[in-house]
Design a protein around this ligand. Structure first.
Ligand code: ADP
Ligand code: ADP
Length: 230
């Protein structure tokens, strides 16, 4: 089972890299932000609860987030592995993930930090548009869609997230960067932290992530297109 964690500040490029990597490793992306946005859209009790935190730019409490993630990991399509985008975001979440994977005889294969400094994060989030169907991200300057307002990958409509407004962007950075550091420390201590320069062009970042995963012994990341075995 290949479990790859993509780490980075809000706006670092995790959601851009995750589907590229999923296609190469042939395992699904699990993005807690997307799961929460779907729950909000569907108006479920969990969605209503999560929305208060998301709109304020704060982290959703660990108890709710871990429950959501574990339910998703229990689905059959996650049996061979997953790429985690946006989870874990606290040390408590990282420990809960370790425990769940250990129970399956597995573990996090690599945690890759997409490293981007603060002022660029603000620029990226304020120009971000994402698609309604699958959350694929675009940027109005650096990564525009081929047809304005339409997702290249699935044809759905693009919109700007409510939490990508300047005030909420600043709150998210204030609220979330401290706990990102905790998670980085967790994986550094576990010996599986790797880092790439997220300021490069999207395809260069993708190539560096591939190289890091290959170095970590994660199969299927070298461009062969097939994830070999479990
Ligand atoms: P971004 O792409 O900007 O990093 P996400 O789409 O991953 O943002 O997450 C959007 C919001 O959903 C977060 O600001 C937070 O409120 C909530 N969220 C997502 N993942 C988590 C998590 N692992 N723990 C707590 N809250 C989360
Ligand atoms: P995250 O999921 O980490 O919050 P996203 O993948 O949604 O980040 O990217 C945030 C914004 O930055 C999006 O508008 C995206 O198109 C843009 N972006 C992502 N990677 C790059 C890059 N390497 N160079 C320039 N812009 C990028």
């Amino acid at each position: 089972m290949n479990v790859v964690v993509l780490l980075g500040a809000p706006g670092a490029g995790k959601g851009t890299q995750a589907p590229l990597l999923a296609a190469r490793l042939e395992i699904p992306v699990v993005a807690t932000g997307d799961l929460f946005r779907a729950a909000v859209r569907e108006g479920t009790p969990l969605g209503l609860e999560a929305r208060r935190f998301m709109d304020a730019g704060r982290l959703v409490p660990d108890e709710i987030t871990v429950r959501l993630l574990l339910e998703r990991l229990a689905r059959p399509d996650a049996a061979d592995g997953v790429i985690l985008d946006g989870f874990p975001r606290t040390a408590i979440q990282a420990a809960a993930l370790d425990a769940a994977l250990t129970a399956r005889g597995a573990g996090v294969g690599a945690a890759v930090l997409v490293d981007v400094p603060g002022e660029e994060l603000v620029r990226r989030m304020s120009g971000r548009w994402i698609c309604r169907a699958n959350g694929h991200p675009y940027h109005e300057v650096s990564s525009p869609p081929r047809v304005a307002g339409v997702c290249d990958l699935d044809g759905s409509e693009l919109y700007q997230r409510a939490d990508d407004q300047p005030d909420t962007i600043r709150t998210r950075m204030d609220q979330q960067l401290g706990s990102l550091r905790e998670v980085i420390d967790h994986y550094r201590a576990a010996g599986c932290l790797r880092s790439v320069d997220g300021l490069q062009a999207i395809d260069r970042v993708a190539a560096d992530i591939d190289a890091q995963l290959t170095a970590a012994g994660i199969r299927g990341a070298a461009g062969s297109g097939r994830a070999a075995g479990a």
